[in-house]
Ligand binder design. Structure first.
Ligand SMILES: [Zn+2]
Ligand SMILES: [Zn+2]
Length: 124
C-alpha cells in the first residue's frame, strides 16, 4: 500500500464519524499538504476494492467512507444524520431465503432522529 493509502485508511479508522471524500481530503492535507483530491479519490476506490474500507452510499448526499467492521446504519430522513447500529449478521438468513451464497449486504434503516421528531410539530 502507498503512503497516502495508509494515511487515508488511518483517517477513516480513527474517525468516529462517517467522512465524505472532501472531509478526508481536508484531514489528509494537514498531514500531506501536497496531496490532491484525485489522489484521495483513487486511494478510496482502491481501499474499497480491497475491502479495507466500506463505502456508504446515500441518496442525495455524497458517499461516506467507513470502517469495514460489520455494522448497519440508521439514517435520519430529515437531517441526514447517520448512526451506527449493531444488529445480528443477517447473511445466513438472507442466503437461506434467496437460496444462493451472498457476498455482502448493506442495510440502511431510515427514520427520523430524536431531534427531528421533536421538531415535527403540526405546521398547519
Ligand atoms: Zn434528524
Ligand atoms: Zn458506520
Amino acid at each position: 500500500m502507498t503512503k497516502n493509502g495508509k494515511m487515508i485508511m488511518e483517517i477513516i479508522y480513527e474517525s468516529a464519524e462517517h467522512l465524505t471524500a472532501e472531509q478526508i481530503f481536508i484531514q489528509a492535507k494537514e498531514k500531506a499538504p501536497k496531496i490532491v483530491l484525485a489522489t484521495v479519490y483513487n486511494n478510496l476506490k482502491r481501499l474499497v476494492d480491497k475491502k479495507l474500507i466500506r463505502r456508504v452510499t446515500l441518496d442525495g448526499s455524497p458517499d461516506r467512507y467507513d470502517k469495514p467492521t460489520r455494522h448497519d446504519h440508521l439514517i435520519c430522513d430529515k437531517c441526514g444524520k447517520l448512526s451506527d447500529i449493531h444488529l445480528d449478521d443477517l447473511s445466513n438468513r438472507l442466503e437461506r431465503d434467496i437460496g444462493m451464497p451472498i457476498v455482502s449486504y448493506d442495510l440502511n434503516i431510515h427514520y427520523l432522529c430524536e431531534k427531528c421528531r421533536g421538531k415535527s410539530s403540526p405546521e398547519h
